[in-house]
Design a protein around this ligand. Structure first.
Ligand SMILES: CCCCCCCC(=O)SCCNC(=O)CCNC(=O)[C@H](O)C(C)(C)COP(=O)(O)OP(=O)(O)OC[C@H]1O[C@@H](n2cnc3c(N)ncnc32)[C@H](O)[C@@H]1OP(=O)(O)O
Length: 224
C-alpha cells in the first residue's frame, strides 16, 4: 500500500444505507442542530429559561418510549450492523460528528469534516480525543474498504500541529501492511496542506458475540 495518495485518488461516496426509521434519523438531525446551537451559546447573553423548559418537555415525552437497552443493542446489529448507530457519522447517533466517508480507487478512504464548538479542546482547536475517535473509526473503515477487518488492538497518534475548529479538515486512512490476522493501518488529518495529526493502528481479526443472539458471532465492522 502506498503511503501517499496517488493520481488515482478519486473519492466515491459510500452508498447511504436504507433508513429503517426516518423519524429516528430526523430526531437525531434535530438533536445535532441543538447540540451545535447550545455549544455556541455565550453566558447570559441569551434568555434560555423557556428553551430549557421546552427541552425538558421533549425529554419527558421521549424517555417513557425508550425500550430496554437489550432491544436497542439487538437492533443495532441487525441489517446495517452498527454503521447507522456508530459514534462517528452514524445517522442514528446524536453525539456523532458530521462525518461522511468516501472510498478511493487507490484503496484509501477519506472524509471532509468541519468540526464545531462542541468538539473543542485547546482554544479554537479540536480536542485530541475527538481526532482520535474519528481516526480509530476511520482506520476500521479503511480496513473494510481494503478487504480486511479486525478490532483495534493498539494505536499510536502524533499531534503534529493544532487541528482547527470551524475549518474543513481532510481525514485520510489506508491499510499499510498485513500479516495473517494483523492489519496495520495509517491515518492523517490535514487542514489544507498542513499536517495536523498522523496515526498508525494495529487491528486483529476477531469476532464478538452478537447482542440478542448468544450463539452468533460477528466480524462485521462499520464499513459493512
Ligand atoms: C468485531 C468488529 C467490531 C467493530 C470494531 C470497531 C473498532 C473498535 O472500536 S474496536 C474496540 C476497541 N478494541 C477492543 O475492544 C479490543 C479489545 N481487545 C481484545 O478483544 C483482544 O485483545 C484482541 C481480540 C484485540 C486480541 O486478542 P487475541 O485474539 O487473543 O490476540 P492474541 O492472541 O493475544 O495476540 C495475537 C497477536 O497480536 C499481538 N497483539 C495483541 N494485542 C496487541 C497489542 N495491544 N499491541 C501489539 N500487539 C498485540 C500479539 O502479540 C500476537 O502477536 P503474535 O501472533 O506475533 O505473537
Amino acid at each position: 500500500m502506498r503511503e501517499r495518495l496517488g493520481d488515482t485518488f478519486d473519492p466515491i461516496a459510500v452508498p447511504d444505507l436504507p433508513t429503517p426509521d426516518p423519524d429516528l434519523d430526523r430526531s437525531v438531525a434535530e438533536l445535532r442542530r441543538l447540540r451545535e446551537a447550545i455549544a455556541g451559546l455565550a453566558h447570559s447573553e441569551v434568555e434560555l429559561g423557556d428553551i430549557a423548559d421546552r427541552l425538558a418537555e421533549a425529554a419527558d415525552l421521549l424517555e417513557p418510549r425508550v425500550p430496554e437497552p437489550a432491544r436497542r443493542l439487538e437492533a443495532m446489529w441487525t441489517g446495517a450492523g452498527s454503521r447507522r448507530a456508530n459514534p462517528v457519522g452514524g445517522p442514528e447517533n446524536p453525539i456523532a460528528p458530521p462525518v461522511r466517508f468516501f472510498g478511493c480507487d487507490d484503496g484509501s478512504v477519506t472524509a471532509e469534516v468541519t468540526l464545531g464548538l462542541a468538539y473543542q479542546g485547546p482554544p479554537g482547536c479540536v480536542h485530541g480525543g475527538i481526532s482520535a475517535l474519528i481516526i480509530d473509526h476511520m482506520m476500521g473503515f479503511a480496513n473494510h474498504w481494503g478487504g480486511r477487518y479486525g478490532m483495534t488492538a493498539h494505536y499510536e497518534i502524533d499531534y503534529r500541529s493544532p487541528t482547527p475548529l470551524l475549518r474543513p479538515l481532510t481525514f485520510r486512512s489506508w491499510v499499510d501492511e498485513v500479516d495473517g490476522r494483523k492489519t496495520w493501518t495509517k491515518a492523517t488529518i490535514h487542514a489544507g496542506d498542513r499536517l495536523c495529526v498522523e496515526a498508525r493502528g494495529l487491528f486483529l481479526e476477531a469476532s464478538v458475540a452478537v447482542p440478542g443472539h448468544p450463539d452468533r458471532r460477528s466480524t462485521v465492522g462499520d464499513g459493512a
